[in-house]
Design a protein around this ligand. Structure first.
Ligand code: NAD
Ligand code: WQD
Length: 340
């Protein structure tokens, strides 16, 4: 029998790509989202790409009655919990909104799972749990810390799932620590559609290349890195989606829980990414070096070997491909999902 997987935050950037990967792998997928940071148009695009109707319920993951109804109807074997707010700066300004949504939503989802006898969860964690790295590459046993409320919600989210596993070994959880997800589906039909000014590098660069913004501000040119700009482990969202398939296969096939990095193990600087994007798009990306952004670290990249050993998963797509796919999405959808 086909296992049903519930995706929370299903209309979001990473979840929408994961939805397609799970369907391709033979899972039945049901999505819930309240569109706090996404558009219903995503669902039309997913139906078109899947060439089949998709199953979706509009709901807030903090709403116990709404989630109960979803569990009663679909009886999912596992949940992939993407639903959360994710803007670091906003979390500093509005910490309570982040604790309420990210932790209240997680606790309510887990309580609902308990009531329905579903005890397998894949959780969207983040490399942000490593705080300011002391040594690179980052292994999962590196020290963790939170430098902002958003990061604190990821650190506490992992702790909540560990505590659940101690309380009842029937709980099996996979905390996936994403590095820097970028790129888009190779169809160009779904991708990242930030509201307002993008906080993250690649969407900002994409909007400069397409002519929506004049130039990129490079946050800091004096870091102790080869070219002085910040270094990160960018990972194609399609590879990330496959990491979720591998994690679910593992949770449904074997006992036990896990915490793994999902990264490539390769670091690239801001200027490396700018050059790769210029190459992929054939457009110039003007930039100006400005002050460092508070809270940024100089460099951060993963040791991805635990995911290889425990999930049989490795990232396959390179920086050129990340930029090509981002550019296709950006060009075909210059104003995102809702051009009006
Ligand atoms: P996203 O904002 O595109 O997706 C999150 C989705 O959750 C959105 O569709 C939003 O509407 C929905 N949502 C938020 N609160 C909800 C609620 N209470 N009820 C129902 N739906 C709700 O973000 P994303 O980049 O796809 O991130 C997905 C997950 O991965 C998040 O948990 C995020 O913290 C985590 N993550 C993201 C990154 C990144 O750089 N994109 C890195 C590490 C971890
Ligand atoms: C990448 C590099 C910037 C924008 C964030 C969150 C992290 C995780 C992923 C969720 C850095 C530089 C950026 C710009 C720039 N999210 N930059 N100009 O900061 O590594 O990680 O997203 O879990 O928690 O903190 O990603 O894309 O914002 O920045 O120069 O306009 O690009 O300084 O070196 P970051 P990013």
């Amino acid at each position: 029998m086909m296992n049903t997987i519930l995706l929370t935050g299903a209309a979001g950037y990473i979840a929408s790509h994961t939805w397609l990967a799970l369907q391709q792998a033979g899972y039945r997928v049901v999505g819930v989202d309240n569109f706090a940071n996404s558009s219903p148009v995503v669902l039309e695009r997913l139906a078109e790409l899947a060439a089949a109707p998709i199953e979706f319920e509009r709901a807030d993951v903090s709403d116990a009655a709404a989630l109960d109804a979803v569990f009663a109807r679909y009886q999912p074997a596992a949940v992939v919990h993407f639903a959360a707010f994710k803007a670091v700066g906003e979390s500093v300004a509005q910490p309570l909104a982040y604790y309420r949504n990210n932790l209240g939503g997680l606790v309510n989802t887990c309580e609902t799972m308990q009531r329905h006898g579903c005890r397998r969860m894949v959780f969207s964690s983040s490399a942000t749990v490593y705080g300011a790295p002391e040594t690179l590459p980052l292994r999962e046993d590196a020290p963790t810390s939170a430098t902002n409320p958003y990061g604190a919600t990821k650190l506490m989210g992992e702790q909540i799932l560990r505590d659940l596993g101690v309380s009842d070994p029937a709980w099996q959880t996979a905390c996936l620590r994403y590095f820097n997800p970028v790129g888009a589906h190779d169809s160009g039909r779904i991708g990242e559609d930030p509201r307002g000014t993008p906080n993250n590098l690649m969407p900002y660069v994409a909007q400069v290349a397409v002519g929506r913004r004049e130039k990129l501000s490079v946050f800091g040119g004096d870091y102790p890195t080869p070219d002085g700009t910040g270094v990160r482990d960018y990972i194609h969202v399609t590879d990330l989606a496959e990491g979720h398939v591998a994690a679910l296969n593992r949770l449904l096939g074997q006992p036990g829980s896990l915490t793994v990095n999902l990264g490539t193990g390769q670091g690239y600087s801001v200027l490396d990414l700018v050059r790769a994007y210029e190459m992929a798009s054939g457009r110039p990306v003007p930039y100006e070096i400005v002050a460092r952004r508070p809270g940024d670290v100089a460099a951060c990249w993963a040791d991805p070997s635990a995911a290889r050993e425990q999930l049989g998963w490795t990232a396959k797509l390179d920086l050129a491909r990340m930029c090509e796919d981002s550019w296709r999405w950006q060009q075909l959808n210059p104003l995102g999902f809702n051009p009006s």
